[in-house]
Design a protein around this ligand. Sequence first.
Ligand SMILES: [Zn+2]
Ligand SMILES: [Zn+2]
Length: 252
Amino acid sequence: MQLVGSLKGGMARAGRRALDIVLPPRCLKCGTTVDSVGALCANCWPAVAFLGPPQCAACGLPFEFDLGPAALCGACAAERPAFERARAAFRYDDGSKDLILRFKHADRTDSAPAFGRWMARAGAPLLADADLIAPVPLHWLRLFMRRYNQAALLASALGELSGKPAINDLLLRRRRTPLQGGFGALARHRNVAGAFAVDPRRRTRLQDKRVLLVDDVLTTGATVSACASALLRGGARAVDVLTLARVVRTGG
Ligand SMILES: [Zn+2]
Ligand SMILES: [Zn+2]
């Protein structure tokens, strides 16, 4: 038995070596050669600010001090978002934006399984409670130009990790919204309000389900709020949000 085991191990190692010769694993952020697939190199690792408690119980905003697991940030205390909880794997800033840009625009779709693992760790309770996983949809025209929806890749990776169904066409994007780059918070909310709807063919599947909504970056929360509202209108019981990264505004 032991011999068979070690033979198998040897064969697997040889197979991995053969693959490595063809495709050496590359750092997810800078592209330098690394030892294992789905890793960051020693230079890039400290530049990525991974997120975790203490944080706002609703939107996941990191707190400097631990105020207890039910503490809310000022914005969520004033008005609860349409979603129940939002969590993100890391902070979107100068240290991490290359990770997102490569994933979005440079065809580094091979990053998705590693990103899925980071997200599953950051949002473990959300993933455990979810009945369904669904990505924020891209408009078909943008999907056509970009060839893949990065949020759908993350949703599928989380589905594979958790064994929960990832339904990539649960939501429809009814109209093409302008890119939100230079918009303020209020303009972003106006820009996406009413842009999403539940696909009528998925309505039955959605009834009374708790949905984990997945996107790549949470900026003001306008997009995921609009999606959460559409899901709740469509019959979902509750919506949580899990993103790869989030913007953390400092000083108010
Ligand atoms: Zn690197
Ligand atoms: Zn909050």
